[in-house]
Design a protein around this ligand. Structure first.
Ligand SMILES: [Zn+2]
Length: 189
């Protein structure tokens, strides 16, 4: 099967098909990922597992495209835990905190960074500075939120023609999204 990058909360299988293994949990008969990684089926034990990316340290460089999780959304900046570096096929060893200044979010003027991204969103961003601190930007079309959760019920928001919508509770929300929002797989990293 195709190896697929999954995020915490993603549905992997059901408890009728497989048993919950490493990196997963079961809830109401559904097996979900409990961490970011690659979804694999352990045929021998009939378990669903999520393999974390290797712990080999990856050094960030200017120009790298990274995937991170928003830790905090403030008025003037977004704080991101960098999880993945494109092309390296692995996570970075320990969480690396990075920031996106409000003026680096989009080409046009953005008043409040926190209106564009929210805590727990997964975003794709480009590294524009490494030292003394890691700084990112999301101005290109391919950059921005790639997965976001409903702020009311925490289900994944789905991209519709009018924007993002929660299929569970009907809540509509705005994010600055990457053009492939919701479609990420490991081959694209
Ligand atoms: Zn919802």
């Amino acid at each position: 099967m195709k190896h697929k990058l999954v995020f915490p909360g993603d549905q992997l299988s059901t408890s009728e098909e497989l048993l919950p293994g490493d990196g997963t949990f079961e809830e109401d008969g559904i097996i979900r990922a409990s961490r970011i990684g690659t979804y694999v089926i352990n045929e021998k034990h009939r378990t669903a597992e999520v393999k974390p990316a290797t712990s080999t340290p990856v050094i960030l460089s200017k120009g790298d495209i990274v995937i991170g999780r928003v830790a905090m959304a403030k008025e003037k900046m977004i704080i991101v835990e960098v999880k993945h570096v494109a092309g390296k096929s692995r996570s970075i060893s320990s969480d690396t905190d990075a920031t996106i200044h409000v003026k680096e979010i989009a080409q046009g003027f953005i008043k409040e960074a926190s209106s564009e991204y929210k805590a727990e969103d997964y975003i794709r961003a480009k590294v524009i500075q490494v030292k003394p601190s890691v700084q990112l930007e999301t101005k290109d079309r391919g950059l921005g939120a790639i997965k976001a959760l409903c702020s009311k019920c925490r289900h994944a928001l789905v991209k519709k023609s009018h924007g993002l919508e929660c299929e569970n509770c009907g809540n509509k929300e705005y994010r600055r999204i990457a053009d492939d929002y919701g479609a990420l797989d490991l081959e694209k990293l």
